[in-house]
Design a protein around this ligand. Structure first.
Ligand SMILES: [Zn+2]
Ligand SMILES: [Zn+2]
Length: 231
């Protein structure tokens, strides 16, 4: 097989099929017309090659045809300081998290905007997908939901590689505990100037953070103070 024929096959075979090639090669390059089985074999080889190159959706893990990538291929994204038009090769490198049209349209995946994300050594998210995680505090499985991720990376602007360590319930508890501890520290700063209301609050805080002895201590102080005021 001559080199020009090979080029013609490489260019036209996957697109037009085997029937077009004999006339094309013979009219353009004055080459011999190939026999049918030879052409069919090459056609199926080229089809097999196309199949092998199918991309795998980060969300459904399915093999995806380009026709199912209308919301991804050709999409303009601001990446590393330049406007980029997403091409097949960008997805093929396996660097980005992306999703097929079906996953995007069904809401299984949520579009991410790299221009709103904070990234440097790690790649930004083209889409967000629910992430399964285990909480380091309560050991329960939980979902780091795609909507939460978008808020986390685009509104709060956490680095793209950072992930939550705790489930939302534990995160809420930890935040609340921290706030109570701050309030406690502020109240105890000037112990000698504590009012009855301050002592009531201290008793309540110690009760909330499960320190019953200290809670009781301030409750007694409150009682004593009230008694003193009354007499
Ligand atoms: Zn998919
Ligand atoms: Zn938890």
């Amino acid at each position: 097989m001559e080199i020009l024929e090979l080029i013609a096959y490489g260019l036209f075979l996957p697109v037009f099929g085997p029937e077009t090639i004999p006339s094309l090669t013979s009219s353009c390059c004055s080459l011999s017309v190939w026999n049918k089985s030879e052409i069919e074999l090459l056609f199926y080889m080229s089809k097999a090659k196309v199949k092998k190159e199918q991309l795998t959706c980060s969300c459904c893990k399915g093999e995806i045809y380009d026709s199912n990538l209308s919301r991804t291929l050709g999409r303009k994204v601001w990446l590393w300081g330049t406007m980029k038009i997403l091409e097949r090769v960008d997805l093929k490198k396996g660097r980005f998290q992306w999703a097929c049209d079906e996953c995007l349209n069904s809401g299984k995946a949520l579009i991410g905007k790299p221009e709103s994300q904070l990234y440097c050594d790690f790649d930004p998210y083209l889409v967000y997908i629910d992430m399964e995680k285990v909480c380091e505090k309560c050991d329960q499985d939980y979902l780091f939901r795609k909507e939460e991720q978008k808020y986390w990376y685009e509104t709060l602007q956490f680095w793209v590689q950072s992930k939550p360590k705790h489930c939302s319930k534990c995160r809420h508890e930890i935040r609340e505990e921290r706030e109570l501890n701050n309030e406690l520290a502020a109240l105890l700063k000037e112990k000698e100037k504590l009012t009855v209301q301050d002592m009531e609050r201290l008793s309540k805080i110690y009760d909330d953070i499960k320190k019953p002895d200290k809670s009781k201590y301030y409750k007694n102080l409150v009682e004593k103070s009230k008694h003193k005021i009354a007499s």
